[in-house]
Design a protein around this ligand. Structure first.
Ligand SMILES: [Zn+2]
Length: 398
């Protein structure tokens, strides 16, 4: 039910096709994040309209609320959220990290970027300080941020939950370290992630269902020898794809280095996913390093703050609250054919944001995701034509 073909190569960048039981994904592809079985402010119909090919939901969040048993009864995630295309589930490894080490250290996936919406609204967690998780060989114990109840995730349990959620692609449980962790700790966590990976595969085989694939996660922080060791370990274990996870260092350059060190050790015939990274500035580097999939909350998170993608603006974004848009009758982006740009002006969007109207976020999310999907479409065709570098230069040297 799963296959991956790399159709064209251009330098290290590659264009391919990943076939899943719920349809195919043209790669490289952006994967919108639907943590709570929804890509924020977007219906599944909206996602189809902006041509999203695949989404990623979160096992940890959905286990806590509403629970995998309920979702299974409602037809799995596909039926529950009326998304009938390819669907992935993240394991919860990053959440272990964001509640554990990241809280102790007060840092994110890259030390200079503070994470993400996972930290929003945590009523039971302090901003920085006592971790709410305990990582042991068997698995990880944690306290629910919703009601303080205790839970335990083991590699086996994550597969069991993943079965009920019914995603096409599951990610194995991993331990995600922080950029502050030293070599010794990062190595220990990586080795534990490797043992968990084998247990995850074993569990998958015991409950064999050819409709679900499992991706292993390469760890090793920003240490070159650990990344190489982890990639080599994961490469031949029988995963249907490999993801690069964990701490990616202290800067974007560190992240690009992690990709450079890791990708050459990954099998050429399997899809590669970069977890949790993908701002517009990064995309050409990620694709250029040979990645096929990446997920990121940036387009929808930015939409919520009135930050809208625009090709000619600095860092490819405008802030719609800016007074210069008050009387601006033009669309967010002239050449954009998304629903928002076809029908509404910058002046109207600015008004909606200023007035705190919820339609603002919906229209902004449609534009940002459409912008991202259009860029990915252009990147795929450029790779097929051997013109990836030309497209990259066109975008980066403005
Ligand atoms: Zn638009």
């Amino acid at each position: 039910m799963f296959s991956f073909d790399a159709i064209a190569n251009d330098g290290n960048a590659r264009a391919g096709r990943l076939i899943t039981p719920h349809g195919s994904i043209e790669t490289p592809s952006f994967v919108p994040v639907g943590t709570q079985a929804t890509v924020k402010a977007m219906s599944s119909e909206d996602l189809r309209n902006v041509k999203s090919q695949v989404i990623i939901a979160n096992t940890y969040h959905l286990h806590l609320q509403p629970g995998e048993d309920l979702i299974e009864k409602m037809g799995g995630l596909h039926g529950f959220m009326d998304w009938h295309g390819p669907l992935m589930t993240d394991s919860g490894g990053f959440q272990i990290f964001s509640h554990g080490a990241a809280k102790e250290h007060g840092v994110g996936k890259i030390a200079s970027i503070f994470p993400e919406e996972q930290d929003r609204g945590r009523r039971l967690s302090s901003k920085k300080g006592k971790p709410l998780v305990k990582v042991e060989e068997n698995g990880v114990e944690f306290v629910s941020y919703l009601d303080g109840s205790r839970h335990c995730f083991t590699p086996e349990k994550v597969i069991e939950i993943g079965r009920k959620l019914g995603a096409d692609i599951m990610l194995a449980l991993d331990e995600c370290t922080s950029p502050i962790h030293d070599f010794e700790y990062t190595k220990m966590a990586m080795e534990r992630t490797h043992r968990w990976a084998l247990r995850s595969l074993d569990m998958l085989q015991r409950t064999l269902d050819k409709n679900q694939a499992l991706f292993g996660i390469v760890q090793g922080g920003a240490y070159r020898d650990l990344r190489e060791e982890s990639a080599l370990f994961m490469a031949d274990k029988g995963f249907q794809g490999l993801a690069i996870g964990g701490s990616l260092g202290r800067s974007k350059n560190d992240m690009y280095n992690v990709l450079k060190w890791t990708v050459p050790f990954l099998p050429k015939d399997k899809p590669r996913h970069l977890l949790g990274i993908g701002e517009i500035d990064d995309i050409f580097e990620i694709v250029g390093a040979g990645m096929d999939l990446f997920d990121c909350i940036a387009p929808t998170r930015m939409a919520r703050t009135g930050t809208l993608f625009n090709r000619s603006a600095a860092r490819f974004r405008i802030h719609i609250f800016n007074a210069r848009f008050k009387h601006d009758p033009g669309p967010i982006e002239k050449e954009c054919d998304c629903y928002t740009c076809q029908n509404y002006s910058r002046a109207y969007l600015r008004h909606l944001f200023m007035a705190g109207e919820i339609l603002a976020i919906h229209l902004a999310a449609i534009h940002n995701l459409h912008f991202m999907e259009t860029l990915m479409f252009r990147i795929r065709s450029s790779i097929r034509k051997g013109k990836f570098e030309a497209l990259k230069n066109e975008w980066k040297k403005r």
